[in-house]
Design a protein around this ligand. Sequence first.
Ligand code: TXA
Ligand code: MG
Length: 371
Amino acid sequence: MKQKSSEIHVAKVLPFSEESLTFCAKALKSDSLVAFPTETVYGLGANALSEKAAEKIFSAKGRPKSDPLIVHISFMRQAESLTNMSEFQRQCFDVLGTKFWPGPLTIIVKASNIVPKIITANGDSIALRIPANKVAQELLKQANIPVAAPSANRFGHVSPTTAKHVYDDLSDFDDLYILDHSENCSIGIESTVIKIFEKNKIALLRPGAISSLQIKSELNKEKINFEFEILQRVVKIQDIEKSANISMESPGQLLTHYAPTIEAFIVTNQSKSENFGQTFSKEFLNSSVIIDFNQKNASLMKSSLKYIDLSSRGDFDEASQNLFSYLRNAEKIEGAKYILLPDLIEQNNEKSFGVFDRIYRAASGKYINII
Ligand code: TXA
Ligand code: MG
């Protein structure tokens, strides 16, 4: 759609209805961008078989082309033409896809040559996911094409869990329709990402709601032999250009990812050595928003600008659902200069890994001691 230069270029928010859903499915087919809710976060969708459409994702987000995209499909057979799997990949893909899809698991296997290079960032593998959210499913079904969709945020910012978050970040991109459904992202953090190698190895590239224990247990049940590796590699955002030449297993796993626009720190707990982390004087608490978990840092509540708990009863599912919107709310509070986050590293609970991974990145790995 051509617009006159005098017109304001803005993305359009479409309240959910059967008509707006059908409109968005057509928009995807004609290479426009459509942001839609999934059970994890909002995705910024484009026709995955069109290079022209995928280009728009990178320009709307300001995302480097070295970062490949997840392709969303509506049923497992749709993966056939997009992949060229080894025997091991096929075996694991079938077990894990059957068990966890639709759901918050992204599986990376060898791509076929019909997949545009822009989707795979010139690599030879493709990331696939079948989302569980009903709106996402209906949209994919009606569009009847594979849909590439990264999280619908400006590159490096906190992922969106509402249509408003998407609009706040991407409103100045005009060829974008945002499908607004009140039943928002119930999980609240992005999918678990695993890579199945051609032979006997699987790597966890990003923790999420489906844990590595669950994945391993399903493969063990089928008596599949495999090595499992948890990749911890993280890169600072300012080093991304340098790292563009390095073959990275998961280019999106940047340390400064999910970063709010004001500086964030993790509050160390008493058991850590006194020399650990920087020191943070109590007087700064009045310009700090404390985002807590299970009331760990409740003693700082009175001196803080604002105190809010991800889950005052210590429930990781609740914390996961709240994290991104709390971070986005915190950065907008007047007078807020810092966000102080809870340390969940010692929570020996598989469910804490995904949430703490995002907290760690939001703080760029910086810890503080409050004195
Ligand atoms: O929950 C989710 O996965 C959401 C929703 C919208 O589905 N999507 C999402 O996409 O989080 P994105 O692009 O923000 O994160 C995808 C991650 C990135 O870290 C990217 O580098 C990695 O997956 N990735 C995608 N394709 C890959 C590939 N072929 N090889 C290695 N990593 C890949
Ligand atoms: Mg993302």
